[in-house]
Design a protein around this ligand. Structure first.
Ligand SMILES: [Zn+2]
Length: 241
């Protein structure tokens, strides 16, 4: 990414006073470990190894518990790393690597907005991404939430011996999530470079690896899931043997 440093109101100072006190290597390893919760949960839901009820229960527990680890991680890491490239401000010299305010993200209610920091070159793609997913917040949430609800419903029905809709529900989940995350990943190109946004997804997940890496995972896994889920539905519709 080579976007020029935008504008104006970059603070350049936030968090830099604490920058000497952290261990960048440890922070990044912890980010990767916390990120790995997400593929584990997806595996439990999509592959649903037997006993299916156990997989669903374990997946839901990990999902619920994850935010209590990932959100404190975000709050601790936020002053120290670029939300876009995951680079640690303190280990890189030069004015272009000093922290700047990229986005103020509304947190709802009386909680003050969260200030997301980036290095100079990454202020603009960060603003574009958050503005884009803010604008498409409702379709993005439906595109993930609805097929997730149907998949969990199908897995619970299967465990209870009510019926087996697990295969179509899994294929729908992969197709819909694949399309939705690929749409979200267009944000850095299509969004307006706005400073204030509201979050469409839990922002703490983007702090684990940085937005840039997360969006590449969205694109690549998304294409795989579109192919796998789409193939099932093309066969089900009799359009493929
Ligand atoms: Zn950066």
């Amino acid at each position: 990414m080579t976007e020029p440093a935008p504008t104006t109101r970059a603070t350049g100072t936030t968090g830099s006073t604490e920058a000497g006190t952290i261990d960048p290597r440890r922070m990044n390893i912890l980010g990767v470990v916390l990120f790995l919760f997400i593929p584990v949960v997806l595996f439990l839901f999509v592959a649903h190894p037997a006993p299916v009820a156990g997989s669903v229960g374990a997946g839901l527990l990990l999902m619920a518990g994850h935010r209590f680890l990932a959100r404190p991680y975000m709050l601790a890491a936020r002053p120290h790393k670029c939300i876009w490239c995951n680079g640690v401000f303190a280990v890189r010299s030069g004015a272009e690597n000093a922290p700047r305010r990229a986005v103020e993200l509304a947190q709802g209610g009386p909680v003050p907005p969260l200030e997301l920091l980036a290095c100079a070159a990454h202020v603009e793609p960060t603003r574009r991404f958050f503005a884009f997913v803010d604008r498409l917040r409702q379709p993005l949430r439906v595109g993930i939430g609805l097929p997730l609800g149907l998949l969990l419903g199908a897995l619970v029905a299967f465990s209870a011996g009510v019926g087996d809709w697990t295969e179509p529900a899994t294929a729908l989940f992969r197709l819909s999530v694949g399309l939705t995350v690929n749409l979200a990943a267009l944000g850095p190109w299509l969004g307006a470079p706005r400073e204030q946004s509201r979050p469409a997804f839990p922002v703490h997940n983007f702090y684990l690896l940085g937005i840039r890496a997360i969006l590449w995972i969205f694109r690549l896994v998304g294409i795989w899931w579109i192919a796998a889920g789409g193939l099932y539905w093309l066969k089900a519709a009799g359009l493929l043997q």
